[in-house]
Design a protein around this ligand. Structure first.
Ligand code: PXP
Length: 252
């Protein structure tokens, strides 16, 4: 399954983790993340993203094959760089693997992966994943050293963490927001120069997506929490279609 849709210069990966969060709140089978993935596909998503966390607080092991079987889209598995997750990824062979930092006490993924401090281990860690055909991505802060380290270990993709930018947007701290945007533009340009494909994600919504979608090197956004929340009000298809519209507008 090619990861690039030639008709879509900026792809949208829909993260369906929080459909599972809702399911787990009651402990039953509803709402079903695989059904959400199928709806996302029908609404024009370019890929499905899911994060199998160590504590299984949202996506569980059985969700991965269920989702892979439900859709005809590239699957991007976000995971911590642990032996357990590597075994799972090698068993199921998702199209892409995005390595993220993970701490049990955090509510969501806070900050990027420190690739620069773990070059030797991550080089060995990603080799079998790449050999199995996965496009391997590093979820990193927009920092020159992290971009360079990601290229050095042989990753094909970096996903830039835009969480700080999104928080400054919410706080109305325009100076900090603009400084963070400058870092994102510089990191994206450097990544492309080093031959890395550039993605971005974390905390994106209708109000803040424009400037990120306008970064020319960014070819994929991964968006979850806001879309699932918006779906409560307008439905998942409408939420995804509106996000695609905002992304396309920003790109023009
Ligand atoms: N990209 C990565 C690497 C993530 O870890 C997450 C959160 O799981 C997202 C994108 C999506 O973030 P959000 O749910 O805030 O849209």
């Amino acid at each position: 399954m090619p990861l690039t849709n030639p008709d879509s210069p900026l792809r949208l990966g829909v993260n369906i983790d929080h459909v599972a969060t809702l399911r787990n709140a009651r402990g039953g089978a509803d709402p079903d993340p695989a059904r959400a993935a199928l709806l996302a596909q029908q609404a024009g998503a370019d890929g499905i993203t899911l994060h199998l966390r160590e504590d299984r607080r949202h996506i569980r092991d059985a969700d991965l094959p269920a989702i892979m079987g439900a859709v005809n889209l590239p699957i991007n598995l976000e995971m911590a760089a642990t032996d357990e997750m590597q075994r799972i990824a090698l068993a199921h062979k998702p199209d892409a693997v995005c390595l993220v930092p993970e701490r049990r006490e955090e509510r969501t993924t806070e900050g990027g992966l420190d690739v620069a401090r773990d070059i030797a281990r991550l080089t060995d860690y990603i080799a079998p994943l790449s050999a199995a055909g996965a496009r391997v991505s590093m979820f990193i802060a927009p920092d020159e050293a992290q971009v360079e380290a990601s290229a050095k270990i042989g990753a094909q993709v970096v996903e830039l963490h835009v969480g700080a930018y999104c928080e400054y947007c919410t706080d109305g701290n325009d100076a900090a927001r603009d400084a963070e945007l400058r870092k994102l533009f510089a990191a994206a340009a450097l990544a492309q120069e080093l031959g890395l494909e550039v993605h971005a994600g974390h905390g994106l919504n209708f109000a803040n997506v424009g400037p990120i979608a306008a970064i020319p090197e960014v070819v994929e956004l991964n968006i979850g929490h806001f879309l699932i929340g918006e779906a409560v009000f307008v439905g998942l298809e409408a939420a995804i279609r509106e996000m695609r519209r905002q992304m396309a507008l920003a790109r023009m």
